[in-house]
Ligand binder design. Structure first.
Ligand code: ATP
Ligand SMILES: Nc1ccn([C@@H]2O[C@H](COP(=O)(O)O)[C@@H](O)[C@H]2O)c(=O)n1
Ligand code: MG
Length: 238
């Protein structure tokens, strides 16, 4: 089941911003319960130590994940963790893992999950905020399962920025941030990897009713107005 972000805009809030039970249809109540569900708390896991509220932010290369995450942080007080950015920082640290990661990023390949989740875990543990936007992760089923096992938590919601390939290519080629993977050869490889690996992840969260598919075509502000209702629904609950 794909959730459409815009359908949440019909939620009616009381002064405490809780949806009014008697004015809501079953759908809205379900949305509220889902957003505000207690985080998963397994033995010895990060979520046992602090209340976590996690949103995974997915989409192809250049679909606008980082751009929209910055707006969500500004408006809703999340901590943004970009898996790609953490991997690039690891490269810059000249660690042993960094050398392996660089080779994989140049080829547009997915780094072994253990390395990526280790970096995410370190950031999550050192952060006072429990509200995380995890951008560019999970890229495949291996990433997803490793996160569940190592962090001991599931996302509360998942955003998927749906963008046509030609638009993603155009955006990445115009990005101009000096990334080693922002060239046409690597972009084509990244798009192939994305096409081959993202679907099972999307499908998994869709079946769990956690997926919000966002049309990623339009201006940055137009897209954010599609994202806003997803987060506005639970503002004040944390
Ligand atoms: N709606 C938009 N319209 C046009 N350009 C955009 C839009 N959103 C973002 N951009 C630009 O497109 C480029 C890619 O955006 P962004 O870095 O947010 O994508 P991303 O999904 O994080 O990509 P990656 O997976 O490669 O990190 C950036 O230069 C950004 O400024
Ligand atoms: N879960 C992930 C995320 C990223 N990578 C590698 O980093 C590259 C850049 O990622 P962006 O999200 O910043 O586009 C990506 O192409 C992968 O090589 C990864 O392995 N696993
Ligand atoms: Mg990005």
């Amino acid at each position: 089941m794909w959730r459409r972000a815009t359908s949440l805009s019909s939620l009616i809030f009381s002064s405490s911003r809780r949806p009014l039970r008697d004015q809501q249809g079953a759908y809205s109540l379900k949305a509220w319960e889902f957003f505000c569900a207690e985080p998963f708390k397994g033995e010895g896991c990060l979520s046992k130590e602090k209340n976590l509220f996690i949103t995974f932010v997915l989409g192809g290369p250049g679909s606008g994940k980082g751009t929209q995450c910055a707006k969500i942080v500004e408006n809703f007080g999340y901590t943004h963790l970009s898996a790609g950015e953490l991997l690039r920082q690891e490269i810059a640290s000249n660690s042993e893992d960094g050398a392996v990661i660089l080779d994989m990023i140049k080829e547009g390949k997915i780094v072994p999950s253990e390395m990526t989740v280790k970096l995410l875990k370190k950031e999550m543990e050192s952060c006072d905020n429990g509200k995380f936007l995890i951008d560019g992760f999970p890229r495949n089923e291996e990433n997803r399962i490793a996160f569940e096992q190592i962090i001991g938590a599931e996302p509360n919601s998942v955003l998927f920025f749906d963008c046509p390939e030609e638009e993603m290519i155009k955006r990445v080629l115009n990005r101009n941030e000096g990334r080693v993977d922002d060239n046409i050869d690597t972009i084509r490889k990244r798009l192939k990897v994305f096409a081959a690996s993202h679907y099972p992840v999307i499908e998994y969260y869709s079946k769990k009713g956690k997926l919000y598919k966002i049309d990623a075509i339009g201006t940055e502000d137009e897209i954010f107005e599609r994202v806003r209702p997803v987060f506005a629904a639970c503002k004040g609950a944390h």
